[in-house]
Write a protein that binds this ligand. Structure first.
Ligand code: GLP
Length: 235
């Protein structure tokens, strides 16, 4: 993992956007797997600006969702699908046939199986954008005694249920749906964004370099092509 300290959120977002754009320019139909949350919203804003000035850039881009809150409908504003529609699919002009969402209309285990099949058909992921959860999670791969390699139903920790997206929901979700650690690590290139209030401790643990299931993001140290952009505010 290559660590790049950035001077504030705007710089971090601009540097992330430059990297993603370079990847898209190299491979127009790349498969992008984007996280939700506040860490990447600046990056998505930057990408939206690029789409405004270059309508062709994202014409073939494909997107597959990293995770989803259990029990939410795709039409719910607080869902991953709702978030991605507003910030990426709409602004970048991603047509429905180029977007793969978690299906929350079926049983959770069926949704995981379907996502697994779709990933096998469409993947591997070319670019995976991750945020660092306050407890060290990536996607909904939560700190546990063991990691799940594939798409799974995730138990959500108390910290995760305090996330702004969950707090806005009428009813807190009982579980999460997420790609597993092995599917994330199979991505060709991973961009990890470390920014946000209260992330000092988890950032320090991650940068310590020890790989442990108590800090799922630490598995990214095992991948040969990860850029970790860290906001200096959390260092
Ligand atoms: C959420 C999402 C993740 C996200 C993470 C960090 O629970 N499931 O995909 O990356 O937490 O969120 P934030 O960037 O808002 O700190």
């Amino acid at each position: 993992m290559h660590v790049f300290p950035c001077e504030g959120y705007e710089r971090l977002s601009a540097q992330a956007a430059a990297r993603v754009t370079a990847e898209v320019e190299r491979k127009r139909d790349l498969l992008l797997c984007p996280a939700t949350g506040s860490s990447p919203t600046g990056l998505y804003r930057e990408l939206a600006k690029r789409a405004e000035s270059n309508a062709d850039l994202f014409r073939s881009l494909r997107i597959i969702a990293l995770d989803e809150w259990g029990g939410l409908k795709a039409t719910d504003h607080g869902s991953t699908t709702g978030y991605l529609k507003e910030r990426l699919l709409g602004p970048l002009g991603i047509s429905a046939d180029r977007f793969t969402a978690w299906n929350t209309d079926v049983e959770a285990s069926t949704a995981c199986g379907r996502m697994q099949d779709q990933l096998a058909r469409l993947g591997p992921i070319d670019v995976c954008i991750l945020g660092l959860g306050i407890n060290g999670h990536i996607g909904f791969n939560e700190p546990r005694p063991a990691m799940m390699p594939h798409c799974h139903i995730a138990y959500l920790s108390e910290e995760t249920l305090r996330h702004a997206m969950a707090r806005e929901m009428k009813q807190p979700p009982d579980f999460g749906l997420t790609l597993g650690i092995s599917e994330i690590l199979a991505a060709r290139y991973i961009l990890l964004l470390v920014t946000g209030e209260g992330k000092e401790q988890v950032a320090a643990r991650l940068l310590g370099g020890e790989v442990t299931t108590a800090l799922p993001a630490s598995f990214l140290w095992l991948h040969a092509n990860v850029d970790c952009l860290v906001d200096r505010a959390v260092l």
